[in-house]
Design a protein around this ligand. Structure first.
Ligand SMILES: [Zn+2]
Ligand SMILES: [Zn+2]
Ligand SMILES: [Zn+2]
Length: 150
């Protein structure tokens, strides 16, 4: 961390350092930089796009891959399935939400409403084998307003 950094970004870094320490990580600039990207851009990102944001930080893609996987295992990141070839992740904070994804340009928007609990109950009621639903994922795929104009 540079001394000249603004106060709020310093506080943010300290919070991220806390996240790493609480999960038993050694605090490295690479890990901090990766977490910074996720806390700054609140959209699902794959290793390549993280790498794009870290161009000047000299963190190689292989390290990013490994780090993302490890962060997922610790529950710092959660995996989001956007039906593309690469695995996307986002911060695993308490903010439960889903995503709208543009099939044409890949733009992503959060969907904050979730009516799945009701549906989960119906699914369980009709299930022969299952006792409990502990999580769900749901993403919507469509066309954004910008792409729809063309
Ligand atoms: Zn999200
Ligand atoms: Zn679009
Ligand atoms: Zn939900």
């Amino acid at each position: 961390m540079k001394k000249g950094d603004k106060n709020n970004s310093k506080n943010k870094d300290e919070a991220l350092v806390g996240v790493l320490r609480n999960n038993g990580y050694k605090v490295t600039q690479g890990r901090i930089s990766i977490l910074e990207v996720f806390s700054k851009y609140h959209i699902p990102l794959n290793a390549e796009s993280v790498s794009g944001y870290l161009k000047n930080k000299r963190v190689d893609v292989a390290t990013i891959y490994r780090t993302l996987k490890s962060f997922e295992e610790k529950g710092i990141l959660r995996r989001v399935d956007l039906r593309n070839d690469s695995v996307c992740f986002e911060m695993n904070d308490s903010h439960h939400h889903h995503h709208l994804v543009c099939k044409k340009c890949g733009d992503i928007e959060d969907v904050d409403v979730c009516e799945i609990d009701r549906l989960s109950k119906i699914a369980l009621k009709n299930s022969l084998k299952f006792k409990l639903i502990i999580d769900h994922s749901l993403e919507f795929f469509g066309v954004c307003k910008t792409c729809n104009k063309v």
